[in-house]
Write a protein that binds this ligand. Sequence first.
Ligand SMILES: Nc1nc2c(ncn2[C@@H]2O[C@H](COP(=O)(O)OP(=O)(O)OP(=O)(O)O)[C@@H](O)[C@H]2O)c(=O)[nH]1
Ligand SMILES: [Mg+2]
Length: 197
Amino acid sequence: MQTRIDPMQTGSVLTGTIIKAIGGLYTVESPSGVFDFRARGIFRNRGQSPMVGDRVQVKNGVIDQLLPRKNNLIRPPLANLDQLLFVVSMYKPAPNLLLLDKFIAIAEYKQITPILVVTKADLEDPAPLVEIYQKAGIPVYVVEYAIPRTVDAVAACLSGKVSAFTGNSGAGKSTLLNAIDASLQLETGSISEKLGR
Ligand SMILES: Nc1nc2c(ncn2[C@@H]2O[C@H](COP(=O)(O)OP(=O)(O)OP(=O)(O)O)[C@@H](O)[C@H]2O)c(=O)[nH]1
Ligand SMILES: [Mg+2]
């Protein structure tokens, strides 16, 4: 059985993954628990900044070392992704395929598996879009909230992988994440509708 360590204790060393980064405070998930730390000033001086997904070593209660990254994105700053889920809605907002193709190319280049998740299929037939991307070898999931197994399929593809969701405002990212995990309780709709896009 692992003894619980005090990560702030002098001489303690802990390795974990950053799961949240806000205002210079980093939440690190480790085998001994989840803790908040700051990072050594040296990272800023080197123009290196810890990001969500980074594997880090914490010494004496401070993030001391960033372990080598498999890949990373700059905006949003995310490291060590296995897959990127592109949430594309069939209607309002309509799909922007040029942008989608660019992002898929970037993901492939960074060795991140691109996955297409199609929403609002109840409002417009997704078949033509699905066909294009399936033919190109991209995994495609069509989500229909009236058919729960379509949500379960997306949830299942997340298992054991580090994933990020991206997509236009209003595409249905928060709605989907809430359907996958109701405890998230993400706000949906309001902002996009106020902006009218
Ligand atoms: N008809 C229909 N509406 C959907 C579907 N998915 C999402 N919506 C609606 O679309 C609106 C926007 O959904 P959100 O989940 O808030 O979109 P988002 O991608 O999180 O948007 P931002 O947070 O602004 O980036 C909400 O009113 C949802 O109820 C769908 O599959 N069908
Ligand atoms: Mg949202």
